[in-house]
Design a protein around this ligand. Structure first.
Ligand code: URA
Length: 198
């Protein structure tokens, strides 16, 4: 079975089995979207209203901004994989609670283990704090961190969340600048690991 088929199976399993309390209030679960063979996995916080209605992550204003930044580095949504730490929209878009994040965590873990990305881009503080509980996004954005994860050294790039940066000129400029470094970061990781993905 190829990765796309395995991912479809994984998502069907967790859609049926996820114990997140948010299931009670949403229209539907919002699955990760994109390329199961991607080098980059983007992880956001949780779906918003549009994502809840349509069942796809990052399709509202923040998603359009993300797509524009991908275009700036000559990539498309279809080249990457985009998901959230929590797969269900919190009421009124409130922050996800720790129980909700914990309930969805094995699902996210399954996605990462299967895709084995070269780089995980953490969009905003919730995604970053899931992997780096003590770090602050203001100090870490644009800086690559590594952690042992599921038996390998995983590279992470924390960035400001596109929704937070959308209407804040200086965050927006910072996010765009950080984002433009992604191709060089990928190249550097590949050179550190010359035998990876051969
Ligand atoms: N913000 C997120 O963090 N995720 C989405 O899917 C949409 C907006």
């Amino acid at each position: 079975m190829n990765k796309t088929a395995k991912l479809r199976e994984l998502n069907a399993k967790w859609l049926a089995e996820c114990t997140c309390e948010l299931r009670k209030t949403v229209t539907q679960g919002v699955l990760g979207d994109g390329n199961a063979d991607a080098d980059i996995v983007f992880i956001g916080e949780a779906p918003g209203a549009k994502e809840d209605r349509e069942g796809r992550p990052f399709i509202g204003a923040a998603g359009k901004f993300l797509a524009a930044m991908l275009a700036d580095i000559k990539m498309k949504r279809e080249d990457v994989y985009i998901t959230n730490i929590v797969k269900y929209r919190p009421p009124e878009n409130r922050d996800p609670l720790s129980d909700e994040i914990a309930a969805c965590a094995p699902w996210l873990e399954g996605e990462i283990k299967l895709i084995e990305p070269t780089l995980i881009v953490l969009l905003g503080r919730h995604a970053m704090n899931h992997f780096f509980p003590d770090k602050k996004i203001s100090g870490e954005h644009g800086i690559v961190s590594v952690l042992p994860l599921f038996g390998k050294i995983q590279h992470f790039l924390p960035l400001y969340h596109p929704a937070a940066a959308l209407y804040n000129g200086s965050l927006r400029a910072t996010l765009k600048e950080d984002f433009k470094e992604i191709p060089l970061i990928l190249k550097n990781i590949a050179e550190e690991n010359p035998h990876k993905r051969e």
